[in-house]
Design a protein around this ligand. Structure first.
Ligand SMILES: Nc1ncnc2c1ncn2[C@@H]1O[C@H](COP(=O)(O)OP(=O)(O)O)[C@@H](O)[C@H]1O
Ligand SMILES: [Mg+2]
Length: 256
């Protein structure tokens, strides 16, 4: 669905050039949970910026659904990001004077009833009902990050890009956030960047980076690694449906 073709991101400094990303080739498949792991400074954020069109590649190109970023007029890329992608960062970037509900609606493409309904569904699914009218400072950091997830999912993006969303959280809260986000798999793809491999136990595939380069790529059992079984896409969607997450019945049936 998304593909990078020998993309590089180069920073020029006094002495010369640094390749933050060097000729990276990554594919994001539809509906998968893709992990991107590596030590600090290995180029994970830079690669995420290239994949999501937040930064232009110095070399190579990125295509989404067959459309090249390079060939897109600037406005088209902004549109693509706004309509088809969702973003979650280490800092939640919530607006201090807006409630949880209003913060989630900030990213909505339209403010009409369906979007408000979706926001309320996300609030319920992410366990934020009691916090719906609160302001960000009245929440725990784990709750704030859940609001950021809801905001990223409000438009049902094709891909959610998450850059170290658990880095400021303790292990338990971090795992809860990953688990909630992982439930969106199947409805959309997840690209999850972290320096902590533990956070990727549920990923379908893990790409490892070092010094701007991809050094390995591994398939995992994904959501079912705990049970140690590999299930078909069909079955997986079924089990997600039972968890009743992230989408309304209406929408889900519509998708089939
Ligand atoms: N704005 C910048 N200017 C110069 N160098 C940068 C800049 N941002 C990142 N870098 C360098 O690019 C490399 C990759 O950084 P980054 O993508 O942030 O890595 P990670 O997210 O894995 O920690 C590092 O060597 C970093 O120092
Ligand atoms: Mg980073």
């Amino acid at each position: 669905m998304l593909q990078t073709n020998d993309v590089s991101l180069i920073y020029r400094n006094g002495e010369g050039v640094t390749y933050a990303v060097k000729k990276a080739n990554v594919t994001v498949n539809k509906g998968e949970f893709l992990g991107l792991v590596g030590p600090s400074g290995s180029g994970k954020s830079s690669l995420l910026y290239l994949m999501s069109g937040l930064k232009d590649a110095n070399e190579g190109d990125v295509t989404f659904e067959g459309n090249s970023y390079q060939a897109m007029q600037n406005g088209k890329l902004i549109d693509l990001r706004r309509k088809r992608y969702g973003f979650i960062f280490q800092q939640h970037f919530l607006i201090n004077y807006l409630s949880v509900f209003e913060n989630i609606m900030v990213g909505a493409l339209e403010q009409a009833a369906p979007a408000r309904k979706r926001a309320n569904e996300l609030i319920a699914e992410l366990g934020l009902e009691k916090q719906s009218n609160r302001l960000p400072w009245q929440l725990s950091i784990g709750q704030r990050q859940r609001v950021a997830i809801a905001r990223a999912l409000i438009n049902e993006p094709a891909i959610v890009f998450a850059d170290e969303p658990t880095a400021a959280l303790d292990q338990t809260t971090g795992h809860q956030v990953v688990d909630l986000l992982a439930q969106y798999r199947g409805h959309g793809s997840i690209v999850f960047v972290t320096h902590d491999p533990e956070m990727l136990s549920k990923a379908d595939r893990v790409i490892r980076m070092r010094d701007g380069e991809i050094v390995s790529e591994e398939k995992q059992n994904g959501a079912h690694s705990r049970e140690g079984e590999i299930v078909s896409e069909e079955k997986r969607n079924g089990s997600h449906a039972r968890e009743g997450v992230m989408i309304s019945n209406e929408k889900r049936n519509g998708n089939r």
